[in-house]
Write a new protein. Structure first.
Length: 116
């Protein structure tokens, strides 16, 4: 399974970006998909996830500003990020966990930089 993330960039505070992560293979539709982020010098933190049934979960710091969604026909998970803040600056990684939870796949990361 390979994950290809895209959509990062430089944006001013208050702006928006949409990240995409396309997965290869046939397991995406039965997997939980999520986004994590890692700022310089910090650990990788959970941002949001969406189950195969469409249930969504968010970190408190992004709830109400970010929206995760998925398109199983395109094997793609999205992260719509609105009202961005400088503290959202990080490398964002997509992740999928197939049903059973025994495996874990990561994308290569995409840089998001929010200027004040």
């Amino acid at each position: 399974v390979q994950l290809q993330a895209s959509g990062g960039g430089l944006v001013q505070a208050g702006g928006s970006l949409r990240l995409s992560c396309a997965a290869s293979g046939s397991i995406f539709s039965t997997s939980t998909a999520g986004w994590y982020r890692q700022a310089p010098g910090k650990q990788r933190d959970f941002v949001a996830s969406i189950t195969r049934y469409g249930n969504t979960y968010y970190a408190g710091s992004v709830k109400g500003r970010f929206t995760i969604s998925r398109d199983n026909a395109k094997n793609t998970v999205y992260l719509q990020m609105d009202t961005l803040k400088p503290e959202d600056t990080a490398v964002y990684y997509c992740n999928i966990v197939p049903s059973g939870g025994l495996e874990n796949y990561w994308g290569q990361g995409t840089q998001v930089t929010v200027s004040s």
